[in-house]
Design a protein around this ligand. Structure first.
Ligand code: UDP
Length: 296
């Protein structure tokens, strides 16, 4: 189910021939009705890029709150297990490094990122309330920066942003002094972690991410090395409340899920770059297009 605000049907075209695949074009913040039995619900709906949620702040708040409420109601009704996609943004601009699940976070409720961070924090609260009060079988994954093929090149996140710039032969735009850090997880590793969590019986939040930390400056250089392009790295202002450091402590995931990431950044980035290289110029153009006008 997707209302396709930030998504794209082209990304799931290959799934339609599958016998057991169905797609509902629907906004999960509106009442959800699914006929028949449901075993598992995975609630991943939300814009996930700072640039997107600045453009659609109300939708971001609604999908994290009302959308989660609807999914939990559905899980209760169907006696289904539900996994919700929370985020490292619940830690805000963290004062503890690396971030473990017991850290309460440092989030501004009224800053530009508040619409995402607070919606996700509400998501965690209401998920625990449905678990404790209604006995719903719940899972909470705190997802750290994740990348993979099929991302929109203009979604604003740093991996597609730098890839898009390299592909178009533009300078790479590092925000601030570039000394801020992130830790990037390849999508296949992320999915394996999520799947193991879903199959476990663990109901407290759990970090899923790759602890291999890098500065954004180093990361920009890695993209230039990967693409072999002779481009400059230029600096732009750091967006407000941009976290200075981020690295998951995955001790819990290792112990409880027996999980840790396997794909290094070099290998993961190469796969993503090869995917973008395989697209035609027209397909690449489509990966840069998104029009949020008329969305209510
Ligand atoms: N960033 C950057 N240039 C860009 C896009 C992002 O330097 O063109 C920086 C951004 O300021 C942040 C980091 O890269 O420090 C990761 O940003 P992203 O939007 O991918 O995710 P975040 O972790 O901030 O939610």
């Amino acid at each position: 189910m997707d209302n396709l605000i930030t998504g794209d049907l082209k990304n799931i075209e290959h799934l339609f021939p599958l016998e057991h695949f169905e797609f509902y074009h629907h906004d999960v913040t509106k009442f959800v009705h699914i006929p028949g039995k449901l075993d598992y619900i995975l609630h991943f709906a939300s814009p996930a890029s700072p640039i997107d949620y600045l453009k659609i702040p109300i939708q971001t708040l609604k999908v994290g709150s009302l959308g989660t409420l609807n999914c939990l109601g559905l899980a209760k009704e169907k006696k289904a297990t539900i996994l919700v996609a929370s985020t490292s943004e619940v830690y805000g601009d963290p004062l503890v490094h690396p971030q473990n699940e017991d850290y309460y976070g440092n989030v501004s409720p009224v800053g530009p990122r508040g619409v995402y961070d607070e919606a996700k924090r509400f998501m965690e609260s209401i998920t625990m309330a449905y678990h404790r009060f209604h006995g719903v079988d719940t899972r909470i994954a705190r997802i750290f920066n994740t990348y993979g093929s099929r991302m929109r090149l203009n979604d604003g996140r740093v991996v597609p942003a730098f890839m898009g710039q390299a592909l178009r032969g533009e300078d790479l735009t590092v925000f601030g002094d570039g000394k801020q850090t992130r830790s990037f997880c390849y999508i296949d590793d992320q999915i394996e972690g999520i799947y193991r969590l879903l199959m476990s019986d663990y109901t407290d939040p759990i970090n899923i991410g790759n602890p291999d930390e890098t500065t954004i400056n180093e990361f920009a250089q890695e993209i230039l090395d990967l693409t072999g392009k002779d481009l400059r790295i230029i600096h732009k202002p750091l967006p407000k409340d941009d976290p200075l450091q981020r690295q998951p402590d995955i001790t819990r995931a290792k112990e409880i899920l027996g999980w840790e990431p396997k794909v290094g950044r070099k290998e993961g980035l190469r796969k993503v770059y090869e995917y973008f290289l395989s697209l035609s110029p027209e397909e690449l153009k489509q990966k840069e297009h998104r029009d949020f006008s008329g969305i209510s």
